[in-house]
Design a protein around this ligand. Structure first.
Ligand code: TYM
Length: 332
């Protein structure tokens, strides 16, 4: 029997999950859960590169797990775990730090963005974060890493580091491919379609657990464009706001841009924006309701993350032992 291909990804519980996380990453994970051996985690160790409120971090980590499950990631079929529960991440992270170059890390756009935003806390972890991310990935020898467009650069660095390591020590790591969706890879902010949707601009960001009326209000206020055409036409350079709404609508309904143009021909933005809002609301409604239900069952959540950490540790430790042996550490 052929072995299943392996998929792995993670999200930082540094804020509430939003539509960008869902369309860029989680939706893709859930749709492929049956055909792959999947590992998904809450990247709590990454979040402390920026100062966090401890109580909020703890709460959001568990909420994120409930939302993963509510999005269709069945814990029986997927390994769901909390990054800090698998110490091999920190251990391989240190090793890979020593195989990742200063120049490579300096070129990472996420580092440049975050150090511009948090000028008073440009710490070592923020800079070496991609080496920890490489460890997160390479420990599980995945074939694919399903992420949004913004994580492509980190995935490419991971491949470079893995290749460098393999070149010195032989075939230790599988070289993974980023797996980026066609629609939804880069969801832009509703109030500023020139920057990606992120929790830092809450008015332009739709959260998975948000109330339908709040979601609809955000879509009705979404920036379309400054022309007077008032026509739903896919032209990303001229009409970035409209293109973003069309991308979102396409990602949640599965319709193509041509089908969307035809559906709204002659109707203008006044009809289009609430229709996108409704489609998003209906996509998120069952997720929100299910996540609220699961969140009440703390014992269940605990059983999921404990079993997940055990399964993940088994796989991760195998890779770590191999790495330690190759680099010359004495076996424990
Ligand atoms: P993070 O936590 O910023 O985002 C999690 C996932 O959501 C995607 N995403 C988006 N996709 C489309 N449009 C958007 N506006 C949008 N915003 C976020 C991201 O591309 C990502 O897939 N470094 C990672 C977390 C991480 C990780 C890993 C991922 C740590 N270790 C190992 C994969 C494998 C991060 O900061 O993603």
């Amino acid at each position: 029997m052929d072995e299943k291909k392996v998929m792995l990804s993670g999200i930082q519980p540094s804020g509430d999950l939003h539509l960008g996380n869902y369309l860029g990453a989680i939706k893709n994970w859930a749709e492929r859960a049956e055909s792959f051996d999947c590992y998904y985690f809450m990247a709590d160790m990454h979040t402390i590169t920026v100062r966090q409120n401890p109580a909020d971090l703890r709460r959001r980590t568990l909420e994120q797990l409930a939302q993963y499950i509510a999005c269709g990631l069945d814990p029986e079929k997927n390994t769901l775990f909390i990054q800090s529960h698998v110490p091999a991440h920190a251990e391989l992270g240190w090793v890979l730090n020593c195989y990742t170059m200063f120049g490579e890390l300096s070129r990472m756009t996420q580092f440049k963005d975050k150090s511009a935003k948090h000028k008073d806390n440009i710490n070592g972890g923020l800079f070496t974060y991609p080496a920890l991310m490489a460890a997160d990935i390479l420990l599980y020898q995945p074939d694919y890493v399903p992420v949004g467009e913004d994580q492509k650069q980190h995935c490419e660095l991971t491949r470079d580091v893995a290749q460098r390591f393999n070149h010195i020590y032989g075939d230790v790591f599988k070289i993974p491919e980023p797996y980026i969706p066609k629609a939804g890879a880069r969801v832009m902010g509703l109030t500023a379609p020139d920057s990606k949707m992120s929790k830092s601009i809450p008015e332009g960001c739709v959260f998975l657990m948000e109330k339908p009326e709040d979601i609809q209000r955000k879509f009705k206020r979404a920036i379309t464009d400054s022309d007077t055409e008032n026509c739903v036409r896919y032209a990303p350079a001229e009409k970035p706001g409209v293109a973003n709404l069309m991308n979102i609508y396409s990602a949640v309904t599965g319709r193509t841009m041509e089908e969307i143009e035809a559906e709204f021909a002659g109707q203008g933005y006044g009809k289009f924006k609430p229709a996108v809002g409704d489609a998003v609301i209906e996509t998120l409604r069952p997720i929100r309701e299910e996540a609220q239900r699961i969140l009440k069952d703390k014992a269940y959540l605990e059983s999921v993350y404990k079993a997940g950490a055990e399964k993940a540790s088994y796989v991760a430790n195998k890779t770590l032992r191999k790495v330690y042996k190759k680099i010359g550490f004495v076996a424990r």
